[in-house]
Design a binder for this molecule. Sequence first.
Ligand SMILES: Cc1cc2nc3c(=O)[nH]c(=O)nc-3n(C[C@H](O)[C@H](O)[C@H](O)COP(=O)(O)OP(=O)(O)OC[C@H]3O[C@@H](n4cnc5c(N)ncnc54)[C@H](O)[C@@H]3O)c2cc1C
Length: 489
Amino acid sequence: MSVAPVPASEIDAFDHEVDVLVVGFGCAGAAAAHAAATAGASVTVLERASGAGGSSAQSGGELYLGGGTTVQRACGFEDDADNMFAYLSAALGPHVDEEKLRLYCEGSVEHFEWFRACGVTFEESLYDAPTWMPPTTDGLMWLGENAWPYNELARAVPRGHRPATEGWAGHTLMTSLVDAATAAGAGIHTDTRAKSLVVDEDGAVCGVVARRFGNDVTYRARGGVVLTTGGFVDNEAMLEHHAPTLLGHGKISDGLDDGSGIAMAAVLGAATRRMDVVEAAYTALPAMVCRGMLVNGHGARFINEDVYPGLWSHAALTQPGPCWVVLDEEGLESVPERDLMGVRPTHAAETVEELEVDLALPEGALAATIAAYNRHAAQRADPLFHKDPRWLRPLVGPFAAVDPRLGFFAAGRPSAGAGSGFAGFTLGGLHTCPDGRVQSVDGTPIPGLFAAGRASSGMHGHGYISGTSLGDGTFFGRRAGRSAAFSGG
Ligand SMILES: Cc1cc2nc3c(=O)[nH]c(=O)nc-3n(C[C@H](O)[C@H](O)[C@H](O)COP(=O)(O)OP(=O)(O)OC[C@H]3O[C@@H](n4cnc5c(N)ncnc54)[C@H](O)[C@@H]3O)c2cc1C
């Protein structure tokens, strides 16, 4: 399907006309639609699926928020925007978008209150254990802030905010956001796939041509078009061009992240940024990893196992593989049943030498790693990677190992590792300024065109922390929706 722009002069009469047209009804689209409608604009959201939600509805619903929210304060934590910025600029870096990140941190408490005003509820309790996804309804979780080296760069404060839902909470979050956007007046046209932007004689974007049940449908947008179509992990050609790191790995998406919004804007001369930046998750369990160790194919540790799991995942992606989770019987038995997510060891051995053979590791390598680890752990020290003493204890046989390539996400979730153990999504996209205007390759904004969420490049540098995708998608989605509402008509 061609994504080439259509001149407005070729359209005799538009089928629909609104102030703001939002393309894609995930979290960024919901936020943009809500903001534009609240600002008094007439808004229609086009959604290619048969209902709103996108990847956002399939997500964990974790929101990275801080700076002193009521949940943080109720749990006994003091935070401020500078402290939050210090952590995120390190953890999302290198090369964060400092302007966006600063705005995000300074606006975080207000943004948290916006979620609450949209109907999202958060319990005022902390889930205080390493995990991808708390199995409880606790409203707050750690996302690596208390692990080295980050605990030396910023005061350790938890900022993972979660809607009050056990486990995956994306659907709870999106139900509230979609209801809030529609209550504010936004309309939705489902089964409607935008295929091209419409451009007037001055080069301004003024509408969209979409396909609905085999027919073209034309939309005029007086104020602007906001592209919130998600990322491009489901588009193999785009991955090959821009983010080959994820080729051959699983996809963390709803299956519709084909980069269509990015492509529609790129043919108009839109600039893109950070297209190679990806989130990659290794399907190992944090509760196991922190009680033992993660070793590479040389039998060596390579990171402190208590960092945010996305960070050990990224480190694992570049290791000589495969990487293994190794722990001892005492460690395994101390993992609470609720944190096991059904995962059982794939290998068990009385001695480390036997385990080395089973895992096809170089002779003596794992034995040397465990001996060094144990020598320091006996003093509750980890001079190599500074793992928190809470997780340090000499490991003694019998030993167990888990092969993360087998995956663990619950059935029905998007592909978990696809045999490689890794699954990911893309973080790069259209280059936008903080008010959501899409920049052209010559550095000027393209009139009438806005973007947010994973269709755009947000505040991320080369790192990712859970909650920052839904977080920046909604935060900058609101800004884009507001800008489009005030930009004309
Ligand atoms: C299993 C899983 C767990 C995750 N957990 C978290 C988490 O806890 N915290 C976090 O921050 N992030 C998480 N993520 C990532 C996060 O969900 C996504 O990065 C984020 O939802 C992207 O939001 P978006 O609004 O940009 O895109 P989406 O939510 O994907 O919305 C895009 C929408 O646009 C529609 N669309 C696409 N193209 C067109 C077109 N041409 N015309 C019309 N409609 C179109 C799509 O159908 C879709 O509905 C998770 C993702 C998954 C899949």
